[in-house]
Ligand binder design. Structure first.
Ligand SMILES: [Zn+2]
Length: 334
């Protein structure tokens, strides 16, 4: 049983956390975010819990950063993971105090000037320049890691087609048990399908070559299904995986966005969503609902459908992919 101190009752009490929509003004910018607020179960007053407060402040900050064009925590994390570099090492390369980046990751908002410096590094060519200029300031091991990452990223501009197992591994490396995110074989299938769709829509090329089939439960890659079949409806364990060995920076950003957009739904939610998508729907029209089928969903159909979605919802950048969730508003509720 979790309890916290209530000032009004002057004792530890059980409490209920409610999600509250908050509009506030931060440094002259109006921001909206959902805060988690704990209320005492006995006197119903709001109570103070440091962890939740920190979380809310972080959210408000992130929202502020988004609105004012300041780099977000997630974008900084993406830079670190893309170049396989620690916050301290990056600070050294930039000639900044060694705790600077760590502080940004904890929620301190960078000045615009510093934010712009960091944003530049989203382009691997700028990162390479910075690295070449200052590599003598960092350790041997860090150098080796960054060099491998940079080489892989800069050499893969041609967008090689990867295999579906690597796409699966990317998502499985994102599982975070602490925040309750998990991936079952069925959910994994839906994630790779949306990754393929958006890759086709944005970059005009397939992410992986494998064809998807219109199974009863939505689009499925049969070989991926076989690979994780033994998990059945269980969660697949988190794996360690270094994305930059396989994907280029654009693909990593796209996959991160796909995960952020669809990863919050469970397998059943995602299955219902794919059932609303034309490529699967059209093929299944000729089948009974319960009928098994392994008919291939032509890649052309997937490309056409996602390009269309991109247009309808005016999706210009990867981060806009979330807008397309509106399509599923009736089945997702609230
Ligand atoms: Zn109370």
């Amino acid at each position: 049983m979790v309890t916290a101190y209530c000032y009004y009752c002057d004792k530890d009490v059980e409490f209920t956390v409610k999600e509250i929509e908050i509009t506030s003004n931060l440094k002259g910018v109006e921001i909206n975010y959902t805060a988690k607020v704990p209320y005492c179960n006995e006197c119903k007053n709001e109570i103070y819990i440091a962890e939740l407060d920190d979380e809310n402040i972080k959210k408000a900050n992130d929202e502020y950063r988004k609105q004012s064009g300041i780099i977000t925590i997630k974008e900084i994390e993406d830079i670190l993971s893309t170049y396989n570099i620690s916050g301290k090492t990056l600070a050294k390369l930039l000639g900044w105090g060694q705790a600077t980046i760590e502080r940004y990751l904890k929620g301190i908002t960078p000045l615009k000037l510093y934010s712009d410096e960091l944003k530049k590094l989203q382009n691997p060519i700028n990162m390479k320049k910075l690295y070449d200029l200052n590599k003598d300031y960092i350790g041997e091991q860090s150098r080796r890691k960054i060099e491998i990452a940079l080489k892989n990223i800069l050499n893969s501009n041609t967008k090689k087609i990867v295999n579906v197992f690597d796409v699966a591994k990317f998502f499985l490396s994102k599982v975070n048990v602490e925040i309750g995110s998990s991936i079952t074989p069925l959910k994994l299938q839906k994630l790779i399908y949306y990754a393929q769709g958006w890759h086709l829509a944005f970059l005009d090329k397939p992410l992986f070559a494998t064809e998807l089939e219109a199974w009863k439960y939505g689009p499925v890659s049969p070989e991926l299904w076989r690979e994780y079949q033994s998990y059945n409806y269980q969660e697949i364990k988190k794996i360690d995986f270094e994305p930059s060995k396989i994907f280029d920076i654009e693909q990593i950003q796209l996959l991160n966005e796909v995960y952020d957009t669809y990863g919050i739904f469970d397998a059943i939610g995602l299955m219902k969503m794919t059932h609303e998508d034309t490529p699967w729907k059209e093929i299944r029209k000729t089948h009974k609902e319960s009928e098994r089928s392994s008919e291939i969903i032509p890649q052309e159909k997937i490309r056409e459908y996602f390009k269309n979605l991109k247009e309808i919802f005016n999706i210009q950048e990867f981060k806009d992919i979330k807008k397309s969730l509106y399509k599923y508003r009736d089945i997702l509720g609230n």
